[in-house]
Design a protein around this ligand. Structure first.
Ligand SMILES: NC(=O)c1ccc[n+]([C@@H]2O[C@H](COP(=O)([O-])OP(=O)(O)OC[C@H]3O[C@@H](n4cnc5c(N)ncnc54)[C@H](OP(=O)(O)O)[C@@H]3O)[C@@H](O)[C@H]2O)c1
Length: 531
C-alpha cells in the first residue's frame, strides 16, 4: 500500500472504537440520480465528519452520464450544501473527503460493464487501503437490479461468501423489492444465485428513523410498557403515514405502483411488525429479524371475499393544501384521466396469535392529505369502572378530546417531530373534581439538543458494520407480499379496466381521506385520530 496516498480522518482521534467500520470501497450505482444527491452523499459526508468512517476508504460513483472525477465532486459538494443544510460543512474536511471520491461512467446493461471497475477497485485497494472490502449500492431503476448483479458476478466482484469471510462483499438494494409476490420472489432468486442472504441489505429508510429504532428501546428497555403491550390492555392500534404532497413528477412511476405497493407493503408492514413482534432473544441482527418475520406470518390473510370489509382505497380530487388550490390526481402530469390507481389506502389488520387476538391494527396512508405526519398510536383500554364519568371539565356543548371515558393513548411520533407522547387523565386545579385529558410529551429535538442523524446515515453505517438488523430480510419481504397480494389482485383488476371501477376521486386534496375509511374504523366502534 502506498502510504502517502492514504487520506486519514483526523476526526477519528479519541472516538470509541467498539463499533469500528473496516476499511472499504463503496460503489454507488446510479450516482447521477436524485437519491445519491439528496441522501447518499450527504449521509456519507455526515458519517465522515462525525468520525464514523474508518481511516481509509473510497467511494466510487457510476452511471451512464460521462463526467470527470472533479465534476462529480463539485456536483456532490453542491448537493450536500443544498440538501443537508444542518450539516456543519467545512472546506477542509470536504477536501479530505472529496479526495476519496471518484466517478466512473458505465452502462450497466452492457456486457463487461464492470470489468474496468474491477481493475479500478484493485487500484483503490492500494491507493486508499480499502482492504478489498466492497459495498455496491444499487440506486438505479429496479429493472436494473438483476442485470447489475449478473454483471458484478461476471466481473468477479461478487460471489457467495460466509459471514466471517474477509474481504467482504455486500450489496444494498433500494426499494421497491419487486412489483408483486412473483417478481419479488424472482428478484430474490436472482440475488441468491450470486450472493448469500447475509450479503444482501434491502433498505427501507423508515427503519433508520430515530423514533422507529426507539420502538424497540421503548418496549424492551423499560419495564412498564411491555406488561401492557397485549390484548389484555391494548384496545386497538392506529398507524398513519400521511403526506400533503401529491405525485409531483413521479406520475408514471405512481401509476404503476399506487399506495398499497408504495407505502403499505413495505414501510407500513415494517412498522406493524416492530409494534407487534415478540421480544428478541438478543441484539444479534437475526434475533430481531426472526421475530419480525414471525409476527408478519401471524397476520390473518385478507381473502378476496374480505377485501371490501378490511380495506379501503381512495384517490384525491382537486382541493386545497395550505390554502393553495391543487389539482386532482387524474389531472397530474402523465397520469391517465380515468386512472384507477389508489393514492390512499386504509386497512384493518388482525393477528392470529396470543398477544394480539382481537386487537385491530388500523393503518392508513395517503397523498394530498391534510398534514404531512407519521405516527403510531397505541390506544389502551379504558379504566374498567368509570368513577369519574361526567367530570371532564368541559362546558355544555364544548367538544373534548374523544369522550369522557377517553382511554390512554401512547403516541410514537415518527415525523415531522420525532418524539413520544402519552395521553392521560388529570384533575383540573380547583375545589371541585374536574377531569381533563393532557399529553405528556417527549420531543427528540429539544430533549437531546443534537442533530438527529438521517435514516440513511444510520443504515449505511450499519451496512458498513455488517449489522443487518434494520434491513428487510427475504422472508419478511416475501410474507408481506403474500399478505398484500390478494388486495393487489383485486385492485389491479380495476387498473387494468377488467373489474368494476372505483368511484374515484373519493376524497378532496387537503382532507383526511375518503368517508369509507371512517366507516371502516367505525365498524369496531372506533374513529381515526384527529391529527
Ligand atoms: N429519490 C428518492 O428519494 C428515493 C427514495 C427511496 C427509494 N428510491 C429508489 O432508489 C433508486 C434510485 O432512485 P433515484 O430517484 O435516484 O432515480 P433517478 O434519479 O432516476 O436515478 C437513476 C440513476 O440510474 C442511472 N441509470 C439508469 N439506467 C442506467 C444504465 N443502464 N446504466 C447505468 N446507469 C443507469 C441513471 O444514470 P444517468 O442519469 O447517468 O442516465 C441515474 O444515475 C430507485 O430504485 C428508487 O425507487 C429513491
Amino acid at each position: 500500500m502506498t502510504q502517502s496516498a492514504v487520506v486519514e480522518n483526523p476526526l477519528l482521534e479519541g472516538l470509541p472504537k467498539d463499533r469500528a467500520v473496516d476499511p472499504f470501497a463503496m460503489v454507488i450505482l446510479g450516482a447521477h440520480g436524485d437519491l445519491t444527491k439528496r441522501k447518499l452523499l450527504p449521509a456519507l459526508y455526515a458519517l465522515y465528519i462525525d468520525g464514523l468512517l474508518p481511516r481509509t476508504f473510497a467511494v466510487v460513483g457510476m452511471s451512464r452520464t460521462v463526467i470527470q472525477d472533479d465534476a462529480f465532486r463539485n456536483s456532490m459538494k453542491e448537493a450536500i450544501q443544498k440538501y443537508a443544510p444542518d450539516l456543519k460543512f467545512e472546506e477542509e474536511s470536504w477536501n479530505r473527503f472529496a479526495s476519496c471520491l471518484y466517478y466512473r461512467p458505465s452502462n450497466f446493461t452492457e456486457e463487461g460493464s464492470f470489468d474496468e471497475l474491477a481493475k479500478f477497485l484493485e487500484e483503490l485497494k492500494d491507493k486508499h487501503g480499502t482492504g478489498g472490502n466492497h459495498v455496491f449500492y444499487m440506486s438505479t431503476p429496479p429493472s436494473l437490479y438483476e442485470p447489475i448483479v449478473t454483471q458484478l458476478a461476471k466481473s468477479k466482484l461478487v460471489s457467495k461468501k460466509n459471514v466471517t469471510d474477509k474481504p467482504w462483499q455486500r450489496v444494498i438494494v433500494e426499494k421497491p423489492f419487486g412489483h408483486d409476490l412473483a417478481s419479488s420472489l424472482g428478484l430474490d432468486d436472482h440475488l441468491h444465485k450470486v450472493l448469500s442472504e447475509h450479503q444482501v441489505y434491502r433498505i427501507d429508510h423508515y427503519l433508520g428513523k430515530e423514533t422507529v429504532q426507539n420502538i424497540m428501546v421503548l418496549r424492551f428497555a423499560n419495564g412498564i410498557f411491555e406488561p401492557l403491550w397485549n390484548q389484555k390492555h391494548v384496545d386497538h392500534v392506529q398507524i398513519t403515514i400521511a403526506e400533503t404532497l401529491g405525485v409531483e413528477e413521479r406520475g408514471p412511476y405512481y401509476e404503476e405502483s399506487g399506495c398499497l405497493r408504495d407505502m403499505i407493503q413495505n414501510h407500513m408492514l415494517q412498522l406493524v411488525s416492530l409494534v407487534a413482534m415478540e421480544p428478541p432473544a438478543s441484539l444479534e441482527p437475526e434475533a430481531s429479524r426472526d421475530e419480525k418475520a414471525k409476527v408478519l406470518k401471524a397476520l390473518r390473510p385478507i381473502f378476496p371475499e374480505d377485501v371490501d370489509r378490511c380495506a379501503v382505497r381512495g384517490q384525491y380530487g382537486e382541493g386545497y393544501i395550505n390554502g393553495a388550490k391543487v389539482p386532482g390526481y387524474r389531472q397530474e402530469d402523465r397520469v391517465a384521466p380515468d386512472s384507477a390507481t389508489e393514492t390512499y389506502a386504509a386497512l384493518k389488520l388482525t393477528f392470529d396469535n396470543w398477544r394480539w387476538a382481537g386487537v385491530p391494527f388500523y393503518v392508513r396512508s395517503g397523498k394530498r392529505l391534510a398534514k404531512s405526519l407519521s405516527e403510531i398510536a397505541i390506544h389502551f383500554k379504558s379504566a374498567p369502572h368509570s368513577l369519574f364519568a361526567g367530570l371532564t371539565g368541559l362546558k355544555a356543548g364544548q367538544k373534548g378530546d374523544d369522550d369522557q371515558l377517553s382511554p390512554n393513548v401512547l403516541v410514537l411520533k415518527i415525523q415531522p417531530d420525532e418524539g413520544i407522547s402519552l395521553k392521560f387523565a388529570t384533575k383540573q386545579p380547583g375545589a371541585t373534581t374536574q377531569i381533563r385529558w393532557l399529553n405528556m410529551d417527549f420531543n427528540y429535538g429539544t430533549a437531546f439538543g443534537v442533530r438527529s442523524p438521517s435514516a440513511y446515515e444510520r443504515l449505511i453505517h450499519d451496512c458498513l458494520l455488517g449489522d443487518a438488523s434494520l434491513f428487510a430480510r427475504t422472508d419478511s419481504v416475501e410474507t408481506s407480499w403474500r399478505f398484500i397480494q390478494p388486495l393487489l389482485d383485486n385492485w389491479d383488476l380495476a387498473k387494468q379496466k377488467k373489474g368494476p371501477q372505483p368511484r374515484f376521486p373519493n376524497y378532496a386534496a387537503g382532507s383526511w381521506g375518503p368517508a369509507e375509511a371512517d366507516e371502516l374504523i367505525a365498524s369496531t366502534g372506533h374513529s381515526w385520530r384527529r391529527l
